[in-house]
Ligand binder design. Sequence first.
Ligand SMILES: [Zn+2]
Length: 491
Amino acid sequence: MRYLKHLSLLLLLSFFVGCTPTPNLPRNNDESTTSALYERSFEAHFPNVALLNLFFTQMPKGGDLHHHYSGSLYVETYLEWVKNKGWFIDTCSFKIVKTKSNEACKTLSVDELIANNTLYRKLLTLWSDKDFDNHSHEQLPPDSNFFNTFGYFSPISDQYMDVGLNIIKERALNENVSYIETMLSRVGVNSADFFSAEEAKNINNALRHATTQEEVNVLLDRISTVYAQNSAFETKVASFIKELEKRHEGIDTASFTMRYQTYATRVVEPLQVYTDLLSGYKAVLSSPLVVGVNIVAPENNTVAINDYTLHMRMFNYLASHYPQVPRSLHAGELTIGMVEPKELLFHITQARKIAGAQRIGHGVDIAYEKESLALLKELKEHAAIEINLTSNEFILGVSGKEHPYSIYAAYGVPIVISTDDSGVSRDNLTHEYVLLASRYHPSYATIKTYVYNSIDYSFLTPAEKAKVKMQLDKKFEVFEKEMSALAKSLK
Ligand SMILES: [Zn+2]
């Protein structure tokens, strides 16, 4: 009996420790030599990160599915755009201003700012995560530092969007990425243009007091009817698509594809959240370039916390009307201590069970969810999980053995590796793979599975997926040939 107890404990432990799914057997010589080269990075006591950097820079990485447009551009790009516009930086607030002033808070041109190393370095810490951890300085809590960055560069981020998309594409090509699915922006419909302040107040109140899906549905029906009867709503969606098509010109090539998600911001009033979601759904239905809808912004924000289930019910309502529209949801980007324990019990569960998300962004709080075992089964069968290691470490302080990657991997939940906001984090997709390998040492075969997952679980059409995967097969052939040659050259 005691022996059996030990045995079951051992089995349970091996589930958590041996978290690598069974690798597929290498299919050819180059592939097995590549796999052996990869394993060589782990021969010493510490992983050979330099070799992993080289390995993953070259490796074809398929797609980046959890990617925010404005958070993916580096500060240097934004400053160049501020300069192009002839705008200035306020040296007290470090915000962009359009006119020069010599009052208490001096404004500087970009060149003047960069010439002052102290001010420039300070700006880098506010507009990105740069230098947060490597020296002592006055700083906000990391999650505030991270999310505040968007406020600094938002006045400029959509001013040169066509240029920005090309920069993202170039970076992708340089690190052998074939597909980017970026969260671009809201569609931009403002509920205040359609509802008076008094009407909005009553609707928001009613939505927040609705306690069942049915009650929410009745209210959303009424809002949807107002939008359906007002052609300005449709016009706004159409102009969003037209603008996007213009910006997208020249982006897709034979070997690179970019598609877009639109989103709602979860920290605003419910009527506006629903307006963003409905217009997002309409955008997906209107253009093949827009492939999915998301919900963004800090999940631990008070409004986001209080309205969480309501937001999931909005997705549920929209899914029942437009089941063909894909959705990926930020869910479970939380951890113990960040919010009350009761808030950790249900976010991923509701994102899957109520909102029907096909992909979950982050999913860090899985271990704390009340129905985590049923949820793992549900996710394995019906959804993929977007793993963002750098972002989780910075915002949530969750990394290494605390990160639930090991649970998802061991259970067999489909995983994709993504960047979240590589401009704010000052990294790239390669770095995410290096972190994954150096921390968890999944097999080469498992890593290849993640790469193919990033196309299989993308919101591309089946024909587009087949095309990208065929190209990926060829890219891996070349990569493995090169790595095989490298392995032979290394002593
Ligand atoms: Zn994100």
